[in-house]
Every structure is written in C-alpha cells, then in structure tokens.
Design a protein. Structure first.
Length: 190
C-alpha cells in the first residue's frame, strides 16, 4: 500500500472502542474510500475487529479479524473486484514481572492477489489464483529497566492454497513457499 495520498478522493476512517468489563476490550475499526492512484470512483473497504481478554492476571488473550474488498482492481490481465480476509490469535503470559512469553498465529487469504501482489492467472479457469498465508510467532519480552525493553522473536511464514510461492529469494522472484526469521528488538517506552 501507498501511505501517500495518491488521488483527489478522501477516505473515511472510524473506530469504536468498548470496555464492557475491566478485563475485556473490543475495538472495531474501518476505512472506506478511494485508494487507487487516479481512480476516485473505485472504493476500498476494510473492517478490523480486535478483542482482548485478560481472564487471569498473568495471561492476556486476543483475537483479531479483518475483511476487505475493493472495486475494479487491476490484476494480471484482469480488472475485477477483489477481496481478502484474515484472522489472528494471540496469547501472552507474564512469567515474572520482567519476562513475558507470547505466541501468535495468523492466517490471511488474498483471493485475487490484490493485497500481496502475487496474483497469477490460472490458464484453465482464466481467474486469478488465491494465495493463503499463515504464520506462527513466539516472542520473549524482557524488561531491562523501568521503561527499557528487549524482545527476541522467532517467526515462521508459510504459503498455502493455489499459489504456493510468496517469499522472495533475494533476486526479486517469489519462488519460496516459506521463510523463517529471527528478530531482536530494543525499545524505550515513553
């Protein structure tokens, strides 16, 4: 996606935040408007729902769901409406007041390749092939000082569905079906 305003149209964003109980938060977000370059009549709609629940003090659980669609997207050889959706589940457990262990799983379906740019036309059907992506991540967060934290993370990404290659092999071709990454982060919380 382009973070710069790429046309003269304006998009509407909204958010609804609810806290029905002290340990339960529900957030609903959305955007509607033209997001294609020079195409203000073609609208994109995205909805996002996040539910966070803390059943006991050291445990935090969260669910996230997204749904999006866009009018007349230019895909490989086609111009058609596109849609995508995804879901995620998160669990974080405070092992001590300085250590938190988290696990996250996500699943994303790009029906037409409009979000990932990996669309391919199926010769037999004439339609774009669908890309499914899933990932699992484990994270260890360490509180070094009062507002200074470090995070160690391992993530596995996997392509599935009709398109099975979605990851770059350093030469601009998406010819890998999976990737593994390790990350280290140091951050200060204001």
């Amino acid at each position: 996606d382009n973070v710069d305003d790429n046309n003269d149209g304006k998009s509407l964003t909204w958010q609804l935040a609810l806290t029905p109980r002290k340990n339960l938060t529900i957030l609903a977000n959305g955007i509607f408007g033209p997001e294609q370059a020079s195409a203000t009549s073609r609208k994109r709609t995205v909805g996002d729902l996040v539910i966070t629940y803390k059943p006991i003090e050291p445990l935090t659980l969260a669910l996230n769901a997204d749904l999006g669609f866009e009018d007349r997207v230019a895909l490989t050889g086609l111009t058609k409406d596109a849609y995508w959706y995804g879901a995620a589940a998160y669990a974080g457990y405070d092992l001590t007041d300085r250590l938190t262990l988290s696990l996250r799983g996500e699943y994303f379906v790009d029906e037409d390749g409009a979000r990932t740019g990996t669309s391919a036309v199926n010769a037999a059907t004439g339609l774009s092939d669908r890309l499914n992506l899933w990932e699992i991540t484990t994270t260890l967060k360490i509180k070094l000082l009062e507002k200074l934290f470090a995070r160690l993370e391992y993530r596995h990404d996997q392509a599935a569905g009709r398109v099975k290659t979605a990851f770059d092999k350093k030469n601009g071709t998406f010819n890998r079906g999976q990737q593994d990454t390790v990350g280290v982060e140091l951050y200060y919380q204001f």
